[in-house]
Design a protein. Structure first.
Length: 614
């Protein structure tokens, strides 16, 4: 008995060590692979895949992957929850045509085409072909959404259309699993009616929606009053995993449940806190998911069926891409957007694994066929980043709208270059004083919008010498450069200084460093775009705290005076000069020194950009 207990203890210890070693290997693989592949421009997804293949099938450092994959699937669950938080129910309702129209058409049409190909080539009999066709019609939610997130394209038009298709595919899991029961019905494989399965799934959706609507926000309000941060995180994890398990128990995907929970909380005041709590888990588990796909690749199956796979994988991706492109074009997507969607979703999906293994268990597919299909799906996932590189080549370069340059009537006392929000405010004062202003801008949309308010704006690129001449720069008494980007502003200033040295330049500066740089170019006047608004905001704030308007004005003017003195010194002696002036004043210096920042700036940028209003 004692020996048996010792053996059990030893087995547990060995298991714990193995788990620790596997975790260390996976974390190490992620740390090495992600930065390397990101640096090479191939994306982190392919890096995680490569790390999984090296650790598993090649080096055999990790062999059993079922438990890892089960945990890694939670990465997809957390990803869908966070996306749900960004989608309010009203916005989801606006996407209904893409979800149920475009999404349904993609699943049905792609599934039928792939089924026809499988039957026509004699690879499978019709029932197996139907399973394979519709299983391969699904795309990878994890891969596609990760790429959209990395490229900041989730809220773009093509990103929303791709997401709608993926969402419908998640919903389609229920009827597809019900289809397996129907196809296997004559063998006695179905335990209950497919209609009952669908009814149970719909009931689970209703329960999730009602719970999110009436229970979740009050629950978080109660927890928030306790002030216990760790309890809030635990509650967030409970909501995500609980909704996922409810959907899983009803036959839907876990990701679908998490997504619905996120949508129900999209209008909650706790949305941002929940997103911050879940984000670290999402990133780590999603990386684990991609690595587990690499771990699960069966190289023996690939070697034994190499010729078939070499033909099947690109054929699958080509068929899906053509169908997606055609459907997007029919539903009024632009050529570029259709290309982006087509090359984002041509791969197989993780839910295909579920369909193929279920079909093998019921006898609709043989185990070898199921393994082959899973290998095809996995390899198509691995090729995804290369599809994105191809997409960038096929998408036409962004075409900038041009309108005719017509400078008839130009040549006022003031030539204003750039008509964004800064220029619009300045122009109103000039026009209200009775002065004529020639305004040029290179944005057709901005010109049309300004025309609707009665402004006459000339289209042209202010960094071109011929445009400046046509706009009447030689007759202008003042040239006001109000462009938004620092590099564009500098280019225009240098051009005017070189060809029109007598021009009086009034320039909008981006920040303090830009102001110093402009003063070295010998301009007549420059103003940081946020200086005056920041000073006024501060004055109004201390007035609201009880200070008199006169005293607040004096403080503001004192800060303005000392700031101008520092700028003169810094322009002459360098950006680090004038620091002593920060401390010769009656107010505390801390708020005007180095505030904490969330973005990484160099020490010089931080010390010179933020120690005074800018």
């Amino acid at each position: 008995m004692a020996r048996s207990q010792r053996q059990e203890t030893q087995d547990l210890s060995t298991g714990s060590e193995a788990l620790f070693t596997e975790t260390l290997l996976l974390l190490g693989g992620a740390i090495v692979a992600a930065p390397v592949f990101r640096k090479l421009g191939l994306g982190t997804v392919l890096g995680y895949l490569a790390a999984g293949i090296i650790i598993g099938p090649l080096a055999h450092l990790i062999t059993g992957t079922d438990d890892i994959f089960a945990v890694a699937e939670l990465g997809v669950v957390f990803l869908l929850f966070i996306i749900g938080l960004e989608l309010k129910p009203s916005r989801l309702w606006h996407m209904r045509d893409d979800i149920f129209g475009l999404g349904s058409a993609q699943v049905v049409l792609t599934g039928l085409v792939l089924t026809t190909v499988a039957v026509a080539t004699g690879l499978l009999e019709w029932r197996g072909a139907l399973v394979a066709g519709f299983g391969l019609a699904l795309s990878s939610t994890a891969f596609a959404l990760q790429i959209l997130n990395d490229n900041a394209e989730l809220n773009s038009r093509h990103g929303q259309r791709a997401f709608s298709i993926l969402l419908l595919q998640d919903i389609a899991i229920v009827p597809l699993l019900a289809m397996l029961s129907v196809l296997d019905g004559d063998r006695g494989g179905a335990d209950q009616s497919p209609l009952l399965d669908i009814a149970i799934s719909l009931g689970a959706i209703v329960v999730t929606v009602l719970s999110g609507r009436f229970l979740l926000t009050p629950m978080f309000q109660v927890i928030a009053r306790t002030g216990a941060r760790e309890v809030m995180i635990a509650a967030a994890l409970f909501v995500v995993l609980g909704s996922a398990m409810l959907m899983h128990a009803s036959g839907l995907s876990m990701a679908m449940g998490a997504f619905l929970a996120g949508v129900m909380l999209a209008e909650s005041s706790y949305r941002h806190e929940l997103e911050a709590d879940i984000e670290p888990f999402r990133g780590l588990l999603l990386a684990l998911f991609f690595m587990s796909v690499g771990l699960s690749m069966e190289l023996d199956v690939i070697r034994q069926n190499l010729l078939m796979i070499v033909v099947a994988v690109p054929s699958l991706m080509l068929i899906k891409a053509v169908v997606l492109y055609a459907l997007c074009r029919v539903t009024r997507s632009s050529h570029d957007d259709a290309i982006r969607v087509a090359l984002l979703l041509p791969q197989g999906g993780e839910f295909g694994f579920v369909i193929f293994t279920t079909a093998a268990a019921s006898g609709l597919l043989t185990n070898s066929t199921s393994s082959l299909l899973i290998a095809i799906v996995t390899l198509s996932m691995a090729l995804m980043p290369f599809g994105q590189l191809l997409s960038r080549r096929l998408v036409s370069a962004e075409v900038r709208e041009e309108i005719e340059e017509d400078f008839e009537g130009a040549g006022a006392d003031v030539l204003m270059i750039g008509f964004s929000r800064f220029g619009q405010i300045a122009a109103q004062i000039l026009l209200a004083s009775g002065r004529d202003v020639t305004i040029i801008d290179d944005s057709p949309d901005r010109i049309r919008q300004a025309a609707s308010f009665g402004f006459r704006i000339y289209f042209g690129d202010g960094s071109r010498l011929d445009v400046l001449r046509a706009a009447g720069i030689e007759r202008a008494k003042i040239v006001a450069v109000c462009t938004q980007k620092r590099e564009v502003t500098d280019k225009i200033v240098d051009l005017v200084r070189a060809d029109f040295p007598d021009a009086r330049l009034f320039v909008r500066a981006y920040d303090r460093l830009h102001s110093i740089s402009l003063r070295k170019r010998d301009i007549e006047y420059e103003l940081r775009e946020t200086l005056e608004s920041g000073l006024l905001f501060g004055r109004r704030t201390i007035e609201a705290l009880g200070m008199s308007e006169e005293d607040a004005y004096k403080i503001g003017e004192d800060i303005r005076r000392r700031d101008e003195e520092r700028l003169k010194i810094q322009s002459a002696e360098g950006v680090h000069a004038g620091r002593h002036m920060l401390h010769n004043r009656p107010v505390r210096p801390e708020p005007l020194l180095k505030p904490k920042r969330t973005t990484a700036l160099t020490e010089e940028q931080e010390s010179n950009r933020d120690f005074s209003p800018s």
